[in-house]
Design a binder for this molecule. Structure first.
Ligand code: NAD
Length: 789
């Protein structure tokens, strides 16, 4: 055997991480009292417990007390009691606590890492080098936010008592993502870890005891879905922050509808890993290993769909297979291990089922020729080729070490394939041509895009998704927003509309002059599909005119027109600003006419009506001015990377405007949406829709591209429900009575659109302007761009 042969024949010797400290901790703890409530360790009120086991052996690690609804009650009461003092503490006081937590975690870094690997099965290299350091960084980073909160978010208050529910794939890191911003903003917390992985949260609670976290500020309740449901439904909770599956996310969206609870959802994904022909293929292979086999693929943003350009596909797949053959599957505590077991048998069974089904649907599933350990829930890394876009492996989140592969011919096809998913969490783009990569990144429907990299995270950079990957961001400035109470002032409770409900057959074609105001769709005035109209009365009860009675079909047409309008989202911010200025200018030329209409329909005094029109013009001016100023940021995370936090339009936004202030209310909602490049479908006031229909001519003169603004008059409740259910509507803003708002939230679950409502209250329209509205009109996409050789 020559030296080279000897070198290749060498195998890794086992390099196990010591587990004695973890075993000592496990042996010494009383897990029958594992609920951390009001600073005390308690057993569950009904005495139940659940098992947590080592997925590499199936052996029991601990029997942990299981929280019931009664325990959640106690935990919420403790958090509520602690809230006034904690939220009133100075930023400096809170910063000291956050820093103390971070420091104490640093001192127990190794114990955290070993416990995490024991409980979850992730390789120790990952828990030691990624999960735990990132979790610590989160606390230390947020110490700074606590102290600078008053300066950076003046006048904002904490959201209050927060219920937080997390999954098992990054138990400590998800806990840190949840608890650090909550503490920084002055919220108190009831957090429920996942039932498969309670251990590091228990150790974290011990750290809270030692780091001077006041009693009741952090409450950690162990348990399963039953405890989760009790948190979601508890009326004493002001905000729910959930990370987990899209399926449960949708249940929570529905359950919290109409409750007034603030909600953020970080859900699943099916992220694209796009390799262009000019990519450094060897680096891309390494990136892919990290993208899909990190944490056995149990990663929400796993690059589980490989899209590779046809010209290099064969060569690239060959390299991937070679690399897969070298991945070491084994004990999570061995420092050489690349792939550990899945978290539980149920998860292993699920992954196997999906792979079988994918193969049945035509995919060719390849695995390296190697053995897996005889015990534990191991699954070999799997490469599926010949995957059709509709194959279950291309569409469903497998949450396991399974990569689905497809090829593309050109950039357009790559983008189309990447966006062919109901999710929108992350994407990786590999190309040596940074122009190409930065051209593709904005076209991808994903909250995070990594260029020539993957799975990069930092506490300063927001993380979160589009579409069914949920809403809200974790980390950085955007993450803090989620823990602050909404800032806008609330006006009076909105009463059910007094607008006439009775439709009349539109006989206007028989009339000499058609007095029925039509709908405004795709830049044209069109008759409603049903050919019915609604009489509109003056404030004195006389007939002021008629408007078309819009239906489901009209809303669908309006949404299609809004979706088809590319000219507006693709226009430069400067162009959009000019159109909005022009709109304001044209409206100002008709001030008197609009004021007269408002007087006629609402009975307002002429002076008040005129000032409503003038305020609307001023508002258009404001948002015209902001169109090119509400910009993103650049983050500099501790890696050789810049992260561009880009502001992108949400997409198609449905807007339901109020009866009161029929012009100013409508403009206050429409203008920020337009300024940020969204296209819109507007349901105007049902009582005074003629104010909106009078706008058609102004719109026609003002160079607004066809489809950017669509207006459908009719019954508010009915049209709002259609918008809420429509899967091609990305955002919905509703100022209407409480019942309509609640329904809009509940019925939005199909595509998890971003719904914002006034919860049945109106706004103080003269002051309803500013960054809150603009923030709602954008998605923040974080594009990571590495630099250096
Ligand atoms: P899961 O949705 O089954 O459970 C998540 C948590 O919710 C657990 O704590 C569980 O006990 C609790 N829960 C279950 N049913 C509930 C209910 N009806 N009401 C309230 N709580 C309930 O998800 P999982 O299997 O634990 O985690 C995997 C999922 O998490 C994947 O879909 C993954 O993509 C997602 N995830 C997303 C992110 C992100 O940031 N977007 C991060 C990590 C994981």
């Amino acid at each position: 055997m020559n030296i080279l042969e000897r070198y290749h024949a060498m195998d890794y010797a086992p390099a196990p991480e010591a587990r004695s400290e973890a075993d000592a901790w496990l042996g010494a703890r009383d897990f029958s009292k594992a609920l951390f409530i009001a600073g005390d360790w308690r057993a569950g009120i009904d005495g139940k417990s659940f098992d947590t086991s080592d997925p590499s052996t199936g052996k029991l690690l601990a029997k942990v007390s299981d929280a019931s609804a009664a325990d959640i009650e106690t935990a919420v009461a403790a958090a509520r009691k602690a809230l006034p003092k904690w939220s009133a503490a100075s930023g400096y006081e809170r910063a000291k606590v956050l820093y103390a937590i971070g420091r104490a975690m640093q001192r127990h870094q190794r114990l955290f890492a070993v416990l995490e690997s024991l409980d979850n099965g992730k390789p120790i290299r990952e828990s030691r080098d990624i999960d735990v350091p990132l979790a610590i960084r989160h606390f230390i980073h947020h110490a700074g936010w606590a102290q600078s909160l008053d300066r950076e978010f003046p006048g904002r208050k904490p959201a209050g008592v927060v219920g937080q529910i997390i999954p098992w794939n990054f138990p400590l890191l998800m806990l840190a993502w949840k608890i650090a911003p909550a503490l920084a903003t002055g919220c108190t917390v009831v957090l429920k870890p996942a039932e498969f992985t309670p251990l590091t949260a228990i150790l974290f609670a011990e750290i809270c005891e030692r780091a001077g976290v006041p009693k009741g500020v952090v409450n950690i309740v162990q348990g399963g879905p039953e405890a989760g449901v009790a948190i979601v439904n508890h009326p004493g909770i002001d905000k729910i922050a959930f990370t987990g599956s899209s399926e449960v996310g949708k249940i929570i969206r529905k359950a919290t509808a109409g409750s007034g609870k603030k909600l953020s959802l970080e859900l699943g994904g099916k992220s694209a890993f796009i390799v262009f022909e000019d990519a450094d293929l060897d680096s891309a292979v390494e990136g892919l290993v990290d993208g899909i086999w990190f944490n056995q693929g149990q990663v929400c943003c796993a690059g589980s769909r490989l899209l590779v350009q046809e010209s290099v596909a064969e060569a690239f797949i060959a390299k991937v297979k070679t690399r897969m053959s070298r991945l070491r599957v084994g004990s999570p505590l061995d420092k050489n291990t690349d792939i550990g077991p899945l978290v539980d048998k149920t998860q292993l069974d699920r992954v196997r089922r999906l792979v079988e089904e994918g193969a049945r649907q035509g995919a060719v599933c390849w695995q390296p020729d190697q053995d897996v350990p005889s015990s534990g829930y191991y699954h070999l890394p799997t490469l599926a080729t010949g995957v059709a876009p509709a194959n279950i492996l291309a569409q469903e989140e497998v949450f396991g070490p399974v990569l689905a592969t497809m090829s593309f011919r050109n950039t357009e096809e790559a983008v189309e394939l990447a966006n062919n998913t109901r999710y929108g969490l992350a994407a990786s783009v590999w190309s040596e041509n940074v122009n190409l990569a930065l051209h593709v990144a904005p076209q991808l429907k994903a909250g995070v895009v990594w260029i020539n990299g993957t799975n990069m995270f930092d506490a300063a950079c927001g993380f979160g998704g589009y579409r069914e990957s949920g809403f809200g961001r974790e980390g950085g400035r955007e993450g803090l927003e989620e823990y602050l109470a909404p800032g806008e002032p609330h006006g009076p409770v909105i009463k059910p509309s007094t607008a006439p409900k009775q439709a009349a057959r539109d006989t206007s074609e028989n009339q000499a002059i058609d007095r029925t105001a039509k709908l405004f769709i795709a830049g044209k005035q069109v008759r409603p599909d049903g050919n019915y109209s609604l009489p509109i009365l003056t404030s004195k009860g006389k007939l002021a005119g008629e408007v078309g009675l819009g239906s489901r079909k009209d809303i669908r047409d309006a949404v299609s027109a809004a979706r088809a309008c590319k000219a507006w989202p693709e226009a430069t911010a400067y162009n959009r600003a000019q159109v909005l200025y022009y709109l304001a200018e044209n409206l100002s030329g008709r001030t008197e006419e609009f004021a007269t209409r408002i007087v006629e329909l609402t009975g307002a005094a002429h002076k008040a009506a005129k000032s409503e029109v003038e305020a609307s013009i001023e508002r258009l001016f404001y948002y015209a001015g902001m169109a090119d100023k509400f910009e993103g940021r650049v983050h500099q995370p501790p890696a050789r990377t810049v992260t561009l936090a880009l502001h992108e339009p949400v997409g198609v936004i449905g807007i339901v405007a109020p009866d009161e202030a029929p012009l100013l209310g409508l403009i206050s909602l429409l203008a920020p949406a337009l300024a940020m490049g969204n296209t819109t479908v507007v349901v105007p006031s049902a009582a005074a829709p003629l104010v909106a229909t009078d706008l058609y001519q102004v719109l026609e003169y003002s160079d607004v591209p066809a489809g950017a603004i669509n207006i459908v008059t009719g019954h508010t409740a009915e049209l709002t429900a259609v918008l809420a259910k429509h899967d091609d509507v990305d955002g919905l803003w509703v100022v209407a009575e409480a019942e309509i708002c609640a329904k809009a939230e509940a019925e939005s679950v199909g595509n998890l659109k971003r719904v914002w409502t006034g919860h049945g209250r109106s706004l103080d329209w003269p002051t309803a302007q500013g960054e809150d509205f603009l923030r709602r009109a954008v998605e923040v996409k974080n594009v990571w761009v590495p630099y250096g050789d």
